[in-house]
Design a protein around this ligand. Sequence first.
Ligand code: PEP
Ligand code: MN
Length: 349
Amino acid sequence: MLIVMKSTATTEEIDAVIGRIESVGATAHPSRGTEVTLIGAIGDTDTEVRVGSLELDGQPGVARVVPILKPYKLAAKEARHGEASTFEIGGRLVGGQHFALIAGPCTVESREQLLKAAQAVLEGGATMLRGGAYKPRTSPYAFQGLGAEGLRLLAEAKQETGLPIVTELMDARDVEPVLAVADVVQVGARNMQNYGLLSELGRTDTPVLLKRGLASTLEELVMAAEYVLKEGNPQVLLCERGIRTFETAYRFTLDLTAIPVLKDMTHLPVIVDPSHAAGRRDLVEPLSLAAAAAGADGIIVEVHPQPEAAICDGPQALRASDFAAYARKVEQVAQVAGKAPFLATAGLA
Ligand code: PEP
Ligand code: MN
């Protein structure tokens, strides 16, 4: 941490700042210039956190407090000396050169709907199946998901297809039944900063797909991931799913820049959700190809056997019958960006 004093700061004010830095066990290195005095509080991330918690910005004579080290240490790229994290999920690798294609309905609606979607995405080459049993809906009057029955159907779909399951956990009280089925637990955009939920998942060994909040910065997303890592669970997949901007022509603005930037900030895999970003089926393929080209480690996409009849998010769902052709295109572009063929791994090249 670097503390920049005002040019009007008195010797007493400078000494008071030094005293507070030393009070938390850090060493202060003052550098007295002709105009201003700078005080460095150098150390490791812990020193940075301790000095940061003093909130010296408000102290008399202080002009600015400038952080030097990153506030996230376990998620930082340097924590693994620049090497990307790869996780094994249900026999499939994710991260590094391994691309994940996670596909399925927004929400589990019925046995027939889920099994049809699951079969179509399996045949098209998906590496995992998505489907929500607990749904975060803007309206409390909208369908909230099948809950326990939805989890039961997901277990059946997993049994039938062998695909690992990605499903959302909204409430820490449901952690046990969700973990019994989920190979990856999704934390939705609206729960990105639910720190109790994140810490709870940090105490499990199930991978977490953490979606970026509608109005969250990348640093806030990575700090949320840090909550899971700090509790001992290293398996976090970051997910860019579109952010709210002034543009109203589509549901959210997919922040493609986030892909290379997150990959520079952290060693964690970066997954892109083109469905919730677009809100429109016709945009899902171009956004998916753009995400794969920009270096995404995977895509999570909504697919429905009959989108017109979907209870939730039908307008953005790919038709199950179009999925195989879509998956082939995504694979081609992902390969250009350096990923290994993933449809071939499923025996469907
Ligand atoms: C979802 O993936 O089902 C979902 C609700 O997404 P988000 O949390 O990104 O809105
Ligand atoms: Mn949805």
